[in-house]
Design a protein around this ligand. Structure first.
Ligand code: NAD
Length: 239
Protein backbone atom coordinates (compact mmCIF):
# COMPACT_ATOMS: atom_id res chain seq x y z
CA UNK A 1 0.00 0.00 0.00
CA UNK A 2 1.43 3.46 -0.89
CA UNK A 3 2.17 5.81 1.97
CA UNK A 4 -0.43 8.48 2.68
CA UNK A 5 1.05 11.97 2.26
CA UNK A 6 -0.27 14.42 4.84
CA UNK A 7 -0.15 18.20 5.25
CA UNK A 8 -0.77 18.97 8.92
CA UNK A 9 -2.29 22.25 10.20
CA UNK A 10 -1.87 22.98 13.92
CA UNK A 11 1.29 20.86 13.85
CA UNK A 12 2.75 22.35 17.06
CA UNK A 13 -0.40 21.69 19.09
CA UNK A 14 -1.34 18.72 21.28
CA UNK A 15 -3.28 16.95 18.51
CA UNK A 16 -0.75 17.91 15.81
CA UNK A 17 1.99 16.27 17.85
CA UNK A 18 -0.16 13.20 18.55
CA UNK A 19 -0.75 12.74 14.80
CA UNK A 20 2.94 13.14 13.99
CA UNK A 21 3.85 10.54 16.62
CA UNK A 22 1.53 7.82 15.25
CA UNK A 23 1.75 8.63 11.50
CA UNK A 24 4.58 6.20 10.68
CA UNK A 25 2.80 3.26 12.33
CA UNK A 26 -0.34 4.07 10.26
CA UNK A 27 1.57 4.03 6.93
CA UNK A 28 1.48 7.82 6.62
CA UNK A 29 4.09 10.55 6.34
CA UNK A 30 3.86 14.24 7.12
CA UNK A 31 5.06 16.15 4.05
CA UNK A 32 4.07 19.67 5.21
CA UNK A 33 3.47 21.25 8.60
CA UNK A 34 1.98 24.64 9.45
CA UNK A 35 1.02 26.43 12.63
CA UNK A 36 -0.07 29.89 13.76
CA UNK A 37 1.51 32.62 11.58
CA UNK A 38 2.55 30.24 8.77
CA UNK A 39 1.02 30.28 5.31
CA UNK A 40 -1.24 27.22 5.18
CA UNK A 41 -0.20 24.95 2.35
CA UNK A 42 -1.13 21.44 1.36
CA UNK A 43 2.09 21.14 -0.77
CA UNK A 44 1.76 17.93 -2.79
CA UNK A 45 -0.06 16.07 -0.02
CA UNK A 46 -2.95 13.64 -0.66
CA UNK A 47 -4.83 14.99 2.33
CA UNK A 48 -4.74 18.02 4.59
CA UNK A 49 -5.47 17.29 8.28
CA UNK A 50 -6.51 20.25 10.44
CA UNK A 51 -6.45 20.31 14.25
CA UNK A 52 -5.86 24.02 14.89
CA UNK A 53 -8.43 26.72 15.49
CA UNK A 54 -11.76 27.59 13.84
CA UNK A 55 -10.20 30.93 12.84
CA UNK A 56 -7.96 28.99 10.42
CA UNK A 57 -10.79 27.07 8.76
CA UNK A 58 -11.38 29.34 5.75
CA UNK A 59 -7.65 29.37 4.88
CA UNK A 60 -7.49 25.60 5.42
CA UNK A 61 -10.43 25.03 3.05
CA UNK A 62 -8.89 27.36 0.41
CA UNK A 63 -5.54 25.55 0.54
CA UNK A 64 -7.13 22.10 0.17
CA UNK A 65 -9.42 23.18 -2.69
CA UNK A 66 -6.55 24.92 -4.57
CA UNK A 67 -4.45 21.78 -4.59
CA UNK A 68 -7.40 19.34 -4.93
CA UNK A 69 -6.31 17.55 -1.75
CA UNK A 70 -8.84 15.75 0.43
CA UNK A 71 -9.53 17.36 3.80
CA UNK A 72 -9.95 16.00 7.34
CA UNK A 73 -11.12 18.57 9.92
CA UNK A 74 -10.94 17.81 13.63
CA UNK A 75 -11.01 21.42 14.81
CA UNK A 76 -14.13 22.38 16.80
CA UNK A 77 -15.92 25.60 17.83
CA UNK A 78 -16.88 26.92 14.38
CA UNK A 79 -19.16 29.90 13.72
CA UNK A 80 -21.95 29.57 11.14
CA UNK A 81 -19.71 31.35 8.57
CA UNK A 82 -16.80 28.97 9.20
CA UNK A 83 -19.13 25.97 8.89
CA UNK A 84 -20.37 27.40 5.60
CA UNK A 85 -16.76 27.51 4.31
CA UNK A 86 -16.49 23.77 5.04
CA UNK A 87 -19.74 23.07 3.18
CA UNK A 88 -18.60 25.13 0.19
CA UNK A 89 -15.25 23.28 0.06
CA UNK A 90 -17.11 19.96 0.23
CA UNK A 91 -18.77 20.77 -3.11
CA UNK A 92 -15.32 20.52 -4.72
CA UNK A 93 -13.30 18.06 -2.63
CA UNK A 94 -14.08 15.17 -0.23
CA UNK A 95 -14.11 16.38 3.40
CA UNK A 96 -14.40 14.41 6.65
CA UNK A 97 -15.53 16.73 9.44
CA UNK A 98 -15.97 15.08 12.85
CA UNK A 99 -16.21 16.53 16.33
CA UNK A 100 -14.61 13.35 17.67
CA UNK A 101 -12.48 10.76 15.86
CA UNK A 102 -12.46 8.09 18.57
CA UNK A 103 -14.30 4.84 17.88
CA UNK A 104 -15.57 4.77 21.47
CA UNK A 105 -17.23 8.18 21.17
CA UNK A 106 -18.84 7.17 17.90
CA UNK A 107 -20.26 4.13 19.73
CA UNK A 108 -21.49 6.60 22.42
CA UNK A 109 -23.28 8.58 19.67
CA UNK A 110 -25.16 5.45 18.53
CA UNK A 111 -25.94 4.32 22.09
CA UNK A 112 -27.24 7.80 22.96
CA UNK A 113 -29.65 7.76 20.02
CA UNK A 114 -30.85 4.27 20.97
CA UNK A 115 -31.29 5.11 24.67
CA UNK A 116 -33.24 8.31 23.85
CA UNK A 117 -35.63 6.27 21.72
CA UNK A 118 -36.04 3.47 24.29
CA UNK A 119 -36.47 5.75 27.34
CA UNK A 120 -38.83 8.27 25.73
CA UNK A 121 -40.19 11.64 26.80
CA UNK A 122 -40.30 11.07 30.58
CA UNK A 123 -36.55 11.05 31.05
CA UNK A 124 -34.77 14.40 31.53
CA UNK A 125 -31.65 14.86 29.39
CA UNK A 126 -28.39 16.39 30.59
CA UNK A 127 -24.92 16.38 28.99
CA UNK A 128 -21.75 16.79 31.03
CA UNK A 129 -18.30 17.27 29.49
CA UNK A 130 -14.90 17.63 31.18
CA UNK A 131 -11.69 18.81 29.50
CA UNK A 132 -8.20 20.09 30.37
CA UNK A 133 -7.78 23.67 31.51
CA UNK A 134 -6.29 24.84 28.17
CA UNK A 135 -9.32 24.00 26.01
CA UNK A 136 -10.61 27.16 24.36
CA UNK A 137 -14.13 26.37 23.11
CA UNK A 138 -17.15 25.35 25.17
CA UNK A 139 -19.19 23.26 25.15
CA UNK A 140 -17.00 20.71 23.37
CA UNK A 141 -17.77 19.82 19.75
CA UNK A 142 -18.59 16.30 20.97
CA UNK A 143 -21.12 17.63 23.52
CA UNK A 144 -22.74 19.65 20.71
CA UNK A 145 -22.96 16.52 18.55
CA UNK A 146 -24.57 14.65 21.48
CA UNK A 147 -27.06 17.51 21.88
CA UNK A 148 -27.94 17.36 18.17
CA UNK A 149 -28.51 13.60 18.42
CA UNK A 150 -30.84 14.08 21.42
CA UNK A 151 -32.64 16.96 19.69
CA UNK A 152 -33.26 14.79 16.63
CA UNK A 153 -34.42 11.83 18.74
CA UNK A 154 -36.77 13.97 20.84
CA UNK A 155 -37.83 16.62 18.27
CA UNK A 156 -36.08 19.96 18.85
CA UNK A 157 -35.55 20.26 22.57
CA UNK A 158 -34.26 23.58 23.90
CA UNK A 159 -30.59 23.74 25.03
CA UNK A 160 -29.74 25.15 28.48
CA UNK A 161 -26.08 26.03 28.95
CA UNK A 162 -25.52 25.85 32.74
CA UNK A 163 -27.87 27.10 35.47
CA UNK A 164 -27.64 29.91 37.99
CA UNK A 165 -30.02 31.84 40.29
CA UNK A 166 -33.80 31.54 40.74
CA UNK A 167 -34.41 29.91 37.39
CA UNK A 168 -37.51 27.97 38.41
CA UNK A 169 -38.26 24.33 37.77
CA UNK A 170 -36.59 22.45 35.00
CA UNK A 171 -38.57 22.52 31.78
CA UNK A 172 -39.45 19.10 30.49
CA UNK A 173 -38.28 19.89 27.00
CA UNK A 174 -34.82 21.25 27.84
CA UNK A 175 -31.44 19.58 27.41
CA UNK A 176 -28.84 20.80 29.93
CA UNK A 177 -25.20 21.12 28.81
CA UNK A 178 -22.42 21.66 31.35
CA UNK A 179 -18.69 22.19 30.77
CA UNK A 180 -16.09 21.40 33.44
CA UNK A 181 -12.49 22.58 32.85
CA UNK A 182 -9.41 21.56 34.78
CA UNK A 183 -6.02 19.86 34.90
CA UNK A 184 -5.01 17.63 32.01
CA UNK A 185 -8.27 15.74 31.33
CA UNK A 186 -8.15 14.56 27.69
CA UNK A 187 -11.96 14.45 27.34
CA UNK A 188 -14.90 12.91 29.27
CA UNK A 189 -18.54 12.96 28.12
CA UNK A 190 -21.60 11.75 30.02
CA UNK A 191 -25.19 11.71 28.84
CA UNK A 192 -27.68 11.50 31.73
CA UNK A 193 -31.22 10.20 31.26
CA UNK A 194 -32.97 10.97 34.56
CA UNK A 195 -36.39 9.43 35.14
CA UNK A 196 -38.67 8.78 38.13
CA UNK A 197 -36.87 6.40 40.48
CA UNK A 198 -34.10 5.55 38.01
CA UNK A 199 -31.32 7.09 35.99
CA UNK A 200 -29.24 5.91 33.03
CA UNK A 201 -25.79 7.43 32.45
CA UNK A 202 -23.68 6.75 29.36
CA UNK A 203 -20.04 7.78 29.79
CA UNK A 204 -16.98 7.83 27.57
CA UNK A 205 -13.56 8.78 28.92
CA UNK A 206 -10.58 9.37 26.65
CA UNK A 207 -7.26 8.78 28.39
CA UNK A 208 -4.97 9.42 25.41
CA UNK A 209 -5.02 11.72 22.34
CA UNK A 210 -3.66 8.78 20.34
CA UNK A 211 -7.21 7.50 19.92
CA UNK A 212 -8.24 10.75 18.11
CA UNK A 213 -5.01 10.76 16.08
CA UNK A 214 -5.43 7.16 14.86
CA UNK A 215 -9.10 7.85 14.05
CA UNK A 216 -8.15 10.95 12.03
CA UNK A 217 -5.55 8.96 10.09
CA UNK A 218 -8.10 6.23 9.43
CA UNK A 219 -10.46 8.94 8.11
CA UNK A 220 -7.63 10.31 5.94
CA UNK A 221 -6.94 6.87 4.39
CA UNK A 222 -10.68 6.38 3.81
CA UNK A 223 -11.40 9.76 2.20
CA UNK A 224 -8.77 9.55 -0.55
CA UNK A 225 -10.46 9.03 -3.91
CA UNK A 226 -13.98 9.66 -2.59
CA UNK A 227 -16.37 11.96 -4.49
CA UNK A 228 -16.62 15.57 -3.29
CA UNK A 229 -18.94 15.75 -0.28
CA UNK A 230 -19.16 16.20 3.46
CA UNK A 231 -18.56 12.99 5.42
CA UNK A 232 -18.31 12.13 9.12
CA UNK A 233 -17.01 9.22 11.23
CA UNK A 234 -20.28 7.36 10.71
CA UNK A 235 -19.34 7.15 7.02
CA UNK A 236 -15.69 6.28 7.74
CA UNK A 237 -16.65 3.47 10.15
CA UNK A 238 -19.45 2.27 7.84
CA UNK A 239 -22.06 2.53 10.63
P1 NAD B 1 -3.76 23.15 20.84
O1 NAD B 1 -4.08 24.51 21.33
O2 NAD B 1 -2.81 22.28 21.62
O3 NAD B 1 -3.21 23.21 19.35
C1 NAD B 1 -3.71 24.04 18.35
C2 NAD B 1 -2.53 24.44 17.47
O4 NAD B 1 -3.06 25.18 16.36
C3 NAD B 1 -1.54 25.37 18.20
O5 NAD B 1 -0.21 24.95 17.98
C4 NAD B 1 -1.81 26.75 17.58
O6 NAD B 1 -0.66 27.57 17.54
C5 NAD B 1 -2.28 26.35 16.18
N1 NAD B 1 -3.10 27.38 15.55
C6 NAD B 1 -4.00 28.23 16.13
N2 NAD B 1 -4.51 29.07 15.21
C7 NAD B 1 -3.95 28.74 14.03
C8 NAD B 1 -4.07 29.26 12.71
N3 NAD B 1 -4.88 30.29 12.45
N4 NAD B 1 -3.35 28.67 11.72
C9 NAD B 1 -2.51 27.63 11.98
N5 NAD B 1 -2.33 27.12 13.22
C10 NAD B 1 -3.05 27.66 14.23
O7 NAD B 1 -5.18 22.42 20.69
P2 NAD B 1 -5.47 20.84 20.53
O8 NAD B 1 -5.81 20.27 21.86
O9 NAD B 1 -4.43 20.19 19.68
O10 NAD B 1 -6.87 20.93 19.73
C11 NAD B 1 -6.93 21.54 18.45
C12 NAD B 1 -8.38 21.51 17.95
O11 NAD B 1 -8.78 20.15 17.75
C13 NAD B 1 -9.38 22.12 18.94
O12 NAD B 1 -10.39 22.78 18.19
C14 NAD B 1 -9.95 20.90 19.64
O13 NAD B 1 -11.24 21.11 20.17
C15 NAD B 1 -9.97 19.90 18.52
N6 NAD B 1 -9.96 18.49 18.89
C16 NAD B 1 -10.73 17.66 18.16
C17 NAD B 1 -10.70 16.31 18.39
C18 NAD B 1 -11.51 15.40 17.50
O14 NAD B 1 -11.47 14.18 17.68
N7 NAD B 1 -12.20 15.95 16.50
C19 NAD B 1 -9.91 15.78 19.42
C20 NAD B 1 -9.12 16.67 20.16
C21 NAD B 1 -9.16 18.02 19.90
Amino acid sequence: MTKLRIALVGAAGRMGQAIASVAASENAEIVAKSDLGDRITSADADVLIDFSSAAATEAVCDAAVKSSAALVIGTTGHSAKEKQAIETAAQKIPVVFASNFSIGVNALFSLTEQAAKILGENFDLEILETHHRLKKDAPSGTAKTLAEILQRARNAEKLRHGREGMIGEREKSEIGIHSVRGGDVVGDHTVIFAGQGERVELTHRASSRETFARGALRAAQWVIGKSPGLYDMHDVLGL
